[in-house]
Design a protein around this ligand. Structure first.
Ligand SMILES: Cc1cc2nc3c(=O)[nH]c(=O)nc-3n(C[C@H](O)[C@H](O)[C@H](O)COP(=O)(O)OP(=O)(O)OC[C@H]3O[C@@H](n4cnc5c(N)ncnc54)[C@H](O)[C@@H]3O)c2cc1C
Length: 419
């Protein structure tokens, strides 16, 4: 049996139906392979997470993986970065320290994680099997890779792909060790309707992403999502966005310590209050915290940031074979660069491309080489912000932040007035 491009038809088992696993499942199915995607979740709409950024490379990878109508649905549900204001870096007093690059030519979008997952799950259709937790992976007596499930069943395949995220069982089996570790930062996220903020704060935050940093490792990212007003494709009839109006998605970040770790035990309004207290201790101006103070308490969740090595050569440290992995399973990436999901999707497209033609092991070897390279790149970008935040938590870093922020704010103000 052959696929649509004439290559051998493979039976592929994908462990994990998150973003990368579903993207791969959709691509394999579309190109005529036999695929089964297994996820322990029982409902793809009951997924955690907020907005996912997809840059031009991720969108072009999706173009290779899914049918044009799926991509159109995604663009109609996504918020276009080209339509928002220029990003700003703030300090803890809310003073602008600098501006991000001009995004007016950007093709990138932000999309609800739920929407992205649902659209991809629909593209995989009946080949997605939910409520199937994988507990074991290995090679059967016939030499074929095999996975075992919590319900006692097993399945064999020509190829098994671990797309099972940061705590991947498959990658741990291949590497015989965890593939990432805590990055030293703990994050808390929530969503706040733009209209719930004062006019002054709406104006300061604008329709853009902002990053606020202050002394002692406290940082506050505020992203802007407006999939209706800023839709990347003006086709409201295709929109599947779960966000229905201009919304700020915020992420509070602190260095990991026993004290910040204890915040993970709190929920809802109690967690919001504790987060606000932490920022106030570090002298954040009251208006900069409005986005947390006025958030929907039910939307607040904690995330520990895990990171793999930034060195490509350290990633996927196993010989190529009939079991491989993609995405966060290999190169777990903190969300600080907004590149983790995009990288997982590009892995999926590269794996699909590699499978057309050469022998399986060579195809996997070629795919893994490309994945290592990309993993190193996205981790380097994401860890830049993590290291900056952690640097402000040293005595010298705290002094430098206190001294340099007012100076940078004055220079930025001067440059803005002069231009
Ligand atoms: C709950 C959650 C919320 C997130 N929120 C954001 C966000 O707001 N912004 C952002 O930029 N990034 C977010 N991310 C990270 C981003 O989604 C990932 O970086 C990106 O999706 C990487 O894709 P992936 O396919 O490698 O892993 P994931 O998308 O994490 O998918 C892994 C999948 O594997 C499944 N799985 C794990 N172990 C098993 C097992 N043993 N058996 C069966 N299934 C298993 C999980 O249920 C999950 O669906 C979030 C990730 C998660 C899991």
């Amino acid at each position: 049996m052959h696929t649509t491009n004439g290559s051998q038809r493979l039976h592929v088992v994908v462990v994990g139906g998150g973003i990368g696993g579903l993207a791969l499942g959709a691509g394999l199915r579309r190109h005529g392979h036999e695929v089964a995607v297994f996820d322990r979740d029982t409902d793809v709409t009951a997924t955690g997470g907020y907005h996912i950024t997809l840059d031009e490379r991720a969108l072009s990878a999706l173009d290779r993986l899914v049918a044009p109508e799926v991509l159109r649905g995604l663009l109609a549900s996504g918020s276009a970065l080209r339509l928002r204001d220029r990003d700003v870096f703030f300090d803890h007093r809310g003073r602008a320290l600098g501006y991000g690059p001009d995004l007016s030519g950007s093709k990138s979008i932000d999309v609800d994680r739920i929407t992205l997952r649902v659209l991809l799950a629909e593209a995989v259709g009946a080949d997605l099997h939910l409520g199937k937790a994988v507990t074991d992976v290995g090679t059967g007596a016939d030499g074929r890779p095999r996975v075992g499930f919590a319900d006692g069943t097993t399945v064999s395949a020509d190829l098994v792909v671990g797309a099972d995220g940061t705590h991947s069982l498959v990658a741990r089996h291949l590497a015989a060790a965890p593939t990432n570790r805590p990055a030293g930062i703990i994050g808390f996220s929530g969503r706040t309707r733009r209209s719930d903020l004062t006019t002054a704060e709406q104006r300061r935050l604008g329709t853009r992403s902002t990053m606020g940093i202050g002394p002692r490792g406290a940082a506050l990212y505020v992203g802007f999502l407006d999939p209706i007003g800023n839709a990347a494709l003006d086709a409201p009839e295709l929109s599947r966005s779960v966000t229905t109006g201009p919304t700020y998605i915020w992420g509070a970040m602190f260095p990991e310590s026993a004290r910040t770790d204890s915040l993970r035990e709190l929920h809802g309004a109690a967690l919001c209050t504790a987060l606000l207290d932490r920022f106030r201790e570090h002298r954040w101006a009251a208006h900069t915290l409005e986005v947390i103070a006025r958030t929907d308490p039910g939307s607040v969740a904690a995330f520990r940031f895990n990171a793999a090595s930034t060195r490509a050569g350290d990633l996927a440290p196993w010989p190529a074979g009939r079991i491989t992995a993609l995405g966060d399973a290999v190169h777990a990436t903190p969300p600080t660069a907004g590149m983790g999901a995009g990288a997982a999707i590009q892995d999926a497209a590269d794996l699909l491309d590699a499978l057309s033609g050469t022998a399986l092991t060579e195809a996997i070897e070629r795919y893994e080489a490309r994945m290592r390279e990309r993993g190193g790149e996205v981790l380097t970008a994401a860890m830049r912000t993590v290291r900056l935040i952690l640097a402000t938590n040293t005595t010298l870093g705290a002094l430098a932040t206190a001294a340099l922020c007012p100076l940078a704010a004055t220079i930025t103000r001067y440059l803005c007035t002069a231009s």
